[in-house]
Design a protein around this ligand. Structure first.
Ligand code: AHR
Ligand code: AHR
Length: 522
């Protein structure tokens, strides 16, 4: 049972200590205790990354659609890119995903008319190859995304992977770089970050092999890739699904085999609301904390066994809510191109779980250095297109609340407040939180109220400093199952939140809501 720590009595203007009613619910009070010296270090901007796979309508009819009236001179959709620009993605993972395990990058370079049309085995579709390496890197240049490539360790070879590094990063006059130059790209576009395959632990992965076999193939690829460009960083393919029987063992074996070439280990998570239980679903961010803690333990173990002070960090390079479109008909194209694959329509509660993913990454800033929401358009994405129209989904709103509020040091959050029961994790904090202290003496506070029916007055205490609220956004709707749809595109939208003035700041968190606030510190 949850004991209310405050009582709803009257409506009225909200002042610290005042008693008020909000939706006539029980009002709890809670506090975040913060101190600049208690921190997890700088938040790596790369945790605000995205993922663009050749899948469904992500590339074709997503970012790239020369036939659209919104197409720019490169064939890219201006409206889609403008919406994505609002989210300020930092790194962009490409080109897969399961796709990459049957993708040969040479198919996607050179004159477009000579590029082969291939059968695509991962999603059962056709790959026309009219969008490839140069098109993606050009897009990165125009959007400011830092490219993060994954190489094919399914049907591809270590040599093919190293050749790709040569194509993008090489400055010597070789046959491979001349091919790039003949396509108009004289100077290399350096790709700083490379994934050694995708979800190689998954039986569904094309070319799936054991951890030992993967480890030796990945090490060969890593060796050659770093010989081509020693400055690149590498991500080892780790556990794609904690339900896999090889969870953690795979990560350990792969990391041990790749040894000192491993800068990061990849981990993936898709949360779901199969049981249609909002209260339980809103606690599922605890699974992300647990997964990070467990993978982190493996990273430390492997570094310890190597007697190495250099540990691999975590690249959480696929994350989202995904369940409604996971059946075969949802994920299989039956030869159609481009197919409407996994076009999940999100609701408010999904957005609240997405926010919890990012709060967990921020809290774990010392170990999570890269994270990529999967994906960015049409395929399990914040943005949907339909013909020339575009829709911002509920999860778009949650992501947008981090923009302008994400640079600085992640502060440990001392929480004092109510708990809610979780089916898998016992009691968890009613308010899931994170805080970032900016160099400009600004404090950014994030809070998800996991309670389905209780309001929380959240007091922020930064070692007693004087805080002045500069901005506050709240994402809430009385019905957590509300979606943004073509008919009601603005049903789930962030709105300015209610705050109070005074030395201690109190934020009013409606039930099942996400709040992000920025305060000045003096
Ligand atoms: O993001 C969709 C798919 O999910 C990716 O292709 C794969 O890596 C994961 O299983
Ligand atoms: O949906 C197809 C595959 O099935 C996904 O890539 C994987 O995550 C899942 O197990």
């Amino acid at each position: 049972m949850i004991e209310p720590r405050g009582t709803a009595l009257t409506t009225g203007h909200f002042e610290p200590g005042a008693r008020f009613a909000y939706y006539a619910h029980i009002v709890n009070s809670a506090s975040f205790y913060l101190h600049s010296h208690h921190n997890a270090g700088p938040v790596d901007p790369r945790i605000f990354g995205g993922f663009l796979e050749h899948m469904g309508r992500a590339v074709y009819e997503g970012v790239f659609d020369p036939s659209s009236r919104h197409a720019d001179k490169f064939g890219c959709r201006i409206d889609v890119l403008a919406a994505l620009a609002e989210l300020e993605f930092t790194v962009m993972r490409y080109p897969g995903g399961n796709f990459v395990s049957n993708y040969h990058w040479r198919d996607g370079v050179g004159p477009v008319e000579t590029r082969p049309i291939r059968r695509e085995l991962a999603w059962g579709t056709i790959e026309p190859n009219s969008f490839g390496t140069d098109e993606f890197l050009g897009l990165c240049e125009r959007t400011g995304w830092s490219p993060m490539f994954s190489v094919n360790l399914g049907t591809g070879s270590p040599e093919e992977a190293a050749d790709w590094v040569e194509y993008t990063n090489g400055a010597l006059g070789t046959d491979i770089t001349r091919k790039r130059q003949s396509g108009g790209n004289s100077a290399p576009t350096r790709v700083p970050l490379w994934c050694l395959g995708n979800e190689m632990d998954g039986p569904w992965q094309i070319g799936h092999i054991s951890a030992a076999e993967y480890g030796s193939k990945a090490r060969q690829a890593a060796h050659m890739m770093k010989l081509v460009d020693p400055s690149i960083e590498l991500v080892v393919s780790g556990t794609s699904l904690p339900d896999n029987t090889t969870y953690l063992d795979w990560d350990r074996e792969a990391l041990e085999a790749v040894g000192g070439f491993a800068d990061y280990v990849s981990t993936h998570r898709y949360l779901d609301n199969w049981s249609n239980d909002t209260a339980a679903f809103l606690t599922s961010g605890a699974a992300v904390d647990q997964q990070i803690a467990e993978i982190d333990a493996v990273c430390r173990y492997v570094a310890g066994r190597r007697r190495s002070g250099r540990r691999p960090f975590i690249a959480f390079d696929e994350w989202n809510v995904w369940y409604r479109t996971r059946n075969r008909s949802g994920t299989w194209a039956d030869g159609a191109f481009p197919a409407h694959l996994v076009e999940e329509v999100y609701d408010l509660q999904d957005a609240l779980v997405c926010a919890q993913f990012l709060l967990s990454f921020i809290r774990n800033a010392d170990v999570v250095k890269i994270a990529n929401i999967a994906q960015i358009v049409n395929v399990i994405a914040p943005v949907l297109t339909d013909g020339d129209n575009l829709l911002r989904q509920s999860i778009f709103e949650a992501l947008s609340m981090f923009v302008g509020r994400r640079h600085g040091i992640s502060l440990h959050v001392g929480y004092d407040g109510g708990q809610v029961p979780s089916p898998d994790f016992g009691d968890v904090a009613m308010v899931d939180g994170a805080a970032i202290l900016d160099v400009n003496h600004e404090l950014h506070v994030y809070a998800v109220n996991r309670s389905v029916d209780e309001t929380v007055e959240l007091e922020i205490n930064l070692a007693g400093a004087d805080l002045e609220m500069l901005s506050m956004d709240v994402l809430h709707h009385s019905d957590p199952a509300t979606q943004n749809t073509w008919e009601a595109p603005n049903a789930v939208k962030r709105v300015p939140g209610e705050m109070s003035n005074g030395a201690r700041r109190v934020m009013k968190l409606p039930p099942h809501s996400f709040t992000a606030a920025t305060m000045s510190v003096s």
